[in-house]
Design a protein around this ligand. Structure first.
Ligand code: GTP
Ligand code: MG
Length: 354
């Protein structure tokens, strides 16, 4: 690992550790806990695994409707079965990664679902077939969107029948905001250009002109091989070869974390002040209660009788003890601030160069 990259990796691993420890405090507010999780997950799932690699591969996720042909497309690109294809909908239940041996451990969370290959594409990328976005199995959508969110680029596979679905547009809009997206209009009837033109126009109207669009016509698939022809794959394969590991994507991830940290630091600063003010108020109260107890002890000495504390003073003493227990130590913010600064200063373009 280059010195600069290894230093950045170590600093950010410490930041992730720090964020872990904040859970009991940030869970007091749903909004703040969400910020902590965004920062932590972007670090753990996206930035750190890539910084651990000498050449971070592009993680490309195939996402789309059930039956659109995602698994068939991946298997056809790979020239082998990476993700089983089926006639029953939905078929793919867990994400299936296709990766070189070197990249396998870093970007693929569950090694049971990784097929190792030696295809030239795998020198620069890991491809992952995801479950569908739109079947009645809601967990499939959750899984697909989680993987897509970690991905550097998306192949969004849809068909002439499905491209008008609401889920297609909400997903495309959110994914294309952060990474390159290509739509594959798959299984189109031959010579049908209407759907392609309509989809292109809709992409433009939705502000998604940067999204690449490829059409693959419905193929006659031999049932034994279940592969698309090399001609059909040509343009998609060329698009994939043109994707390079992008520093811009890492920078965007860093910005996401910085934004979340800014919110967290602000809130924690206020929280610390509250705890300090509460501690001061409790100590002032403690002095008052102590004075009452002292005064009573004085009287008791004068009376020369061993009387118990009056119940109202007793109650104040108990209440004080409870309040003292509930008080929380202010959180040291130095490490969080340092991590924030490291991310603001990070130069991802140069991170792999020395
Ligand atoms: N004839 C023909 N069949 C296709 C084509 N592409 C996919 N299929 C078939 O369509 C069915 C669905 O394909 P899959 O690749 O499993 O679709 P998927 O998008 O992975 O679906 P899920 O895993 O359910 O999300 C399978 O029976 C494929 O053989 C094609 O171009 N032509
Ligand atoms: Mg599938």
């Amino acid at each position: 690992m280059s010195r600069r990259r290894s230093r950045l990796h170590n600093e950010l691993a410490l930041l992730a550790g720090e964020l872990e420890t904040l859970a009991p405090i940030t869970s007091e507010s749903l909004e703040i806990e969400a910020m902590r999780l965004v920062a932590l997950q972007t670090l753990r799932d996206f930035l750190l695994p890539r910084l651990a690699l000498s050449q971070p591969p592009v993680l490309v996720a195939l996402v789309g409707s059930t039956g659109a042909g995602k698994s068939t497309l991946l298997n056809s690109i790979a020239g082998e079965v990476i993700s089983p294809v089926g006639a029953l909908r939905p078929t793919t239940k867990v994400s299936r990664y296709w990766s070189s041996k070197d990249n396998a451990l870093s970007l693929t969370p569950n090694s049971n679902h990784v097929e190792i290959g030696t295809h030239p594409l795998l020198q620069t990328m890991v491809l992952v077939d995801t479950p569908d976005l739109d079947s009645d199995v809601v967990e499939h959508r959750t899984e697909a969107l989680a993987v897509a969110d970690r991905a550097d680029a998306i192949l969004f596979v849809t068909t002439a029948n499905r491209y008008g679905d609401a889920i297609v547009w909400t997903t495309l809009t959110s994914l294309a905001a952060n990474r390159p997206v290509a739509v594959v209009l798959n299984r189109t009837p031959s010579r049908a250009t209407g759907a392609r033109n309509d989809l292109q126009a809709r992409l433009r109207r939705a502000g998604l002109s940067d999204v690449s669009l490829f059409t693959i016509s419905e193929q006659r698939i031999e049932s034994a091989r279940q592969r698309l022809s090399p001609q059909a794959l040509q343009r998609v394969s060329a698009y994939l070869r043109g994707l390079s590991p992008t520093a811009a994507r890492l920078e965007r991830a860093a910005e996401t974390i910085v934004d979340a940290l800014t919110g967290l630091l602000d809130w924690l600063g206020g929280w610390n002040q509250e705890q300090t003010a509460r501690a001061a108020a409790i100590e002032a109260k403690a002095r008052r209660v102590q004075a009452e107890v002292d005064q009573f002890s004085l009287k008791r000495r004068r009376w020369r009788r061993d009387r118990p504390l009056p119940p109202e003073i007793e109650a104040r003493v108990d209440n004080l003890a409870e309040e003292r227990v509930s008080i929380r130590q202010p959180v040291p913010l130095d490490r969080l601030r340092h991590g924030w600064q490291v991310l603001v200063d990070a130069d991802f373009d140069g991170t792999w160069s020395d």
